[in-house]
Design a protein around this ligand. Structure first.
Ligand code: GUN
Length: 292
């Protein structure tokens, strides 16, 4: 069994990005600039955004954090998106999800200029991705694909099961794994209503677990020699930690890992790659790689 080290891979890619930024700036170009909008004080979102800001520093990007309280109105948030769309110094920006119940998430996503949509959530980017056109690709699926490529893991013609059908991970992941230019695999998506989910998993060469249920994938669901990618990051109480919690993946690691050819740990697997992909997308936005 080989552990897939997302932390080290992300660090190597961020170092490459930092080198490129140095060259751009040395040649008189503009420093890439990512803005992040954070609403409320959800612990998970606070951590993700803090890590995104830190990654910007590591890559030599400028970053701006815009905070709102939980009671922000949809109108105020839309005005903020509009300002960022028009701000010529901002190359790309994200609105951290989830948003409070009284705000229509889809309305906010649709308001973002797709040319600055480094999350890849706007329907134009989602649609372009699904027909194989250049675009911003959702950071978690892109990070997973990058990891699989980095470790030279064979995907073409393999049977891949994606567990979960979210807009952020499951759906774009299945799309990427299926397309000839990316995974070129045979893909099955399983979700909470799927019958025979265990049997589907048992036949899979690659399992990508993104259901948000701690320890959902057990040893009896995994074929000998399978590649297992764990996207789960549920906070579970842990009195032995200073924070009072630990991050738990969707895969019961101790049980599953002996059967795998490759497996990602939690933390240190997919998480750092997600942030690294956001940095890649921001650099692409600054270079106007996909859109003029
Ligand atoms: N919430 C969970 N994942 C993400 C992400 O990739 N981007 C944003 N904006 N919010 C998230």
């Amino acid at each position: 069994m080989q552990l897939i080290d997302g932390k080290a891979t992300a660090a190597a890619i961020k170092a490459e990005i930092a080198e490129e930024v140095k060259t751009i700036v040395a040649q008189g170009g503009k420093q890439p600039h990512l803005a992040a909008v954070l609403v409320g004080h959800d612990g998970g979102s606070e951590t993700y955004v803090k890590n995104k800001v830190k990654a910007c520093e590591q890559c030599g990007f400028k970053s701006t954090l815009i905070r709102f309280e939980d009671d922000v109105t949809e109108e105020e948030l839309l005005q903020c998106v509009d300002r960022l769309n028009k701000d010529e110094d901002v190359d790309g920006f994200i609105v951290q999800l989830p948003l409070p119940e009284h705000i229509d998430e889809q309305k906010i996503i649709m308001a973002v200029d797709y040319k600055k949509d480094v999350d890849g959530f706007h329907p134009i980017n989602v649609g372009r991705m699904s027909i194989g056109l250049p675009c911003f690709i959702s950071a978690t699926p892109l990070g997973i694909l990058t990891l699989l490529q980095y470790y030279n893991i064979e995907m073409s013609g393999k049977k891949c099961v994606v567990l979960g059908r979210s807009n952020i991970v499951g759906k774009p992941m299945a799309q990427l794994m299926m397309q000839k230019q990316y995974g070129d695999a045979t893909v099955t998506i399983c979700h909470s209503s799927s019958k025979g989910l265990k049997d589907e998993c048992r036949q899979a060469d690659i399992i990508i677990a993104a259901v948000g249920k701690p320890d959902f994938v057990r040893a009896d669901m995994v074929k000998e020699g399978a590649v297992v990618i764990d996207v789960g990051t549920t906070r579970v109480p842990d009195a032995s930690r200073k924070s009072g919690f630990r991050l738990n993946g969707d895969v019961k690691f101790d049980e599953v890992s002996p059967k795998c050819s490759y497996i990602t740990p939690v933390p240190g697997g997919v998480g750092p790659m997600t942030i690294c992909s956001l940095m890649k997308n921001t650099l692409a936005a600054a270079k106007k790689e996909y859109y003029k």
